[in-house]
Ligand binder design. Structure first.
Ligand code: ADP
Ligand code: MG
Length: 424
């Protein structure tokens, strides 16, 4: 069986790595992939958002199944195009992916399904947004409606800051079309949690709860990033809370999407804020999270390929999706300066050629230059450690992190601190 994974980050490396463990031994391809993925899949130079190019490749190479990693091709309608051409693909249609691609659409769907979420109001005129802002309590959250690569949300502690965010988004169009409409949202004070689920449009199979670390510095300080690390299972996501979110959030969303004529198939990601034990939805994503995937997938006991096929063939109700009773911690190593400007092309030293113990190196922004592997992005590597407990997994991850280096390399020393307390 030939499988194509679309994307090039740590998430896609983890997906390819997991698929490579399938007893069915699929033949793996990745577009465009990276220097780490290369060791377990044939990488092809097609960009993740080149839907036509991907379709041509899949037809020519007779790929049996395509698995989409990032949001961009989903929002462009890759699933719709592939289905029209009778090609098997894992992911939601463009209409269903609006749960991620439009925060206003998502908010409206949540309201219709009675999902607990922060109170919000949408605007398409800056003057109206500014007038509403005058009456809003602080802090206040300003969100660009569309996909803004994780930069479209501003938590404003002053009215002037909020005003600026609204004007930047709606008038200066710093996010282009994606920011022409905004949500002004109530600030929720709590702890964040990620719960992802597989769904075939009808049945929901919740994954294990994870937590990521968005801030660049130890102790959750500094600028927001794409994610500096993650761990799973997050103790905040107790079995009872996981059940509650599956029942009160994930299943109702999947059900209402059917009633709206846009059934959702693939991975539904709920970004939650847990306020005094009560979960509220901050956002939905229409695909797996990065770096959460790097800690959640390693704990999946059922063959990932079986789960994907059950989703694509609408028979998830007939599959028991099982998880290991273990723990996983992933520490992201970044280029110096990230999330600001940084240099690439730095040779990476100390990459283990053979993994020992229960650690794994996932590549995110890497490239091959001759025999060397060099940095090629902001987030460079994700080091996964596994163990019976989070403490074991954390130790294992940092053991390998400390053996790898490159010029300007940065990482946080406290991934999983919310569960374990700070460490170094
Ligand atoms: N209503 C809110 N109250 C408090 N913090 C929020 C709220 N909405 C978003 N945030 C914070 O902003 C981050 C980004 O918001 P999110 O809705 O996840 O958008 P995106 O991931 O598309 O940037 C969240 O992870 C959370 O830390
Ligand atoms: Mg988010």
């Amino acid at each position: 069986m030939k499988i194509l994974v679309v994307g090039s980050g740590g998430r896609e490396h983890a997906m390819v790595w997991k698929l490579a463990q399938s007893p069915r031994v699929p033949e793996l391809y990745c577009a465009p992939g990276n220097a780490g993925i290369e060791s377990m899949a044939t990488c092809v130079e097609i960009k993740a958002d080149d839907v036509a190019g991907l379709q041509d490749f899949v037809v020519t190479e007779k790929i049996d199944l395509t698995v989409v990693g990032p949001e961009a091709p989903l929002a462009l309608g890759i699933v719709d195009e592939f289905r029209k051409a009778k090609l098997k693909i894992f992911g939601p249609t463009k209409a269903a992916a609006r749960l991620e691609a439009s925060k206003i659409f998502s908010k409206n769907v949540m309201a219709q399904a009675n999902i607990p979420t922060a109170r919000a109001q949408s605007f398409d005129k800056a003057a109206d947004a500014l007038a509403y802002l005058d009456r809003h309590e602080l802090p206040v959250v300003i969100k660009a409606d569309g996909l803004a690569q994780g930069k479209g949300v501003i938590i404003a502690t002053t009215r002037e800051q909020a005003r600026q965010a609204i004007l930047d988004s709606m008038e200066k169009a710093v996010f282009g079309q994606a920011g022409k409409q905004v949500l002004i949202e109530q600030f929720l004070d709590g702890e964040e949690l990620t719960l992802m689920a597989f769904t075939d449009g009808k049945t929901v199979a919740a994954m294990l709860p994870a937590q990521d670390h968005k801030r660049v510095g130890d102790g959750d300080t500094g600028l927001n990033t794409g994610g500096m690390g993650a761990y799973c299972p997050a103790p905040l996501g107790t079995p009872a809370l996981r059940e509650q979110v599956a029942r009160e959030v994930l299943q109702p969303i999947v059900d209402i999407m059917v009633r709206l004529g846009s059934p959702f198939q693939g991975v539904l990601y709920a970004g939650l804020m847990v306020v005094k034990g009560t979960p509220y939805v901050l956002e939905f994503n229409a695909r797996m999270g990065d770096p959460e995937t790097q800690v959640v997938l390693p704990l999946l006991k059922t063959d990932f390929l079986e789960v994907i096929e059950a989703v694509v063939e609408h028979r998830l109700d007939q599959l028991a999706v099982e998880w290991h009773r273990a723990a996983a911690v992933c520490v992201v190593m970044t280029s110096g300066g990230y999330p600001g400007s940084y240099r690439t092309g730095k040779p990476i030293q100390g990459l283990p050629s053979v993994m020992t113990g229960s650690a794994t190196v996932f590549h995110a922004g890497t490239a091959r230059r001759g025999n060397a592997i060099v940095t090629a992005g902001g987030r460079v590597l994700g080091i996964l450690g596994r163990g019976n407990t989070l403490a074991d997994a954390q130790r294992e991850a940092y053991r390998v992190v400390r053996s790898i280096s490159f010029d300007g390399c940065h990482f946080r020393t406290d991934i999983a601190h919310r569960a374990l307390g700070a460490q170094a």
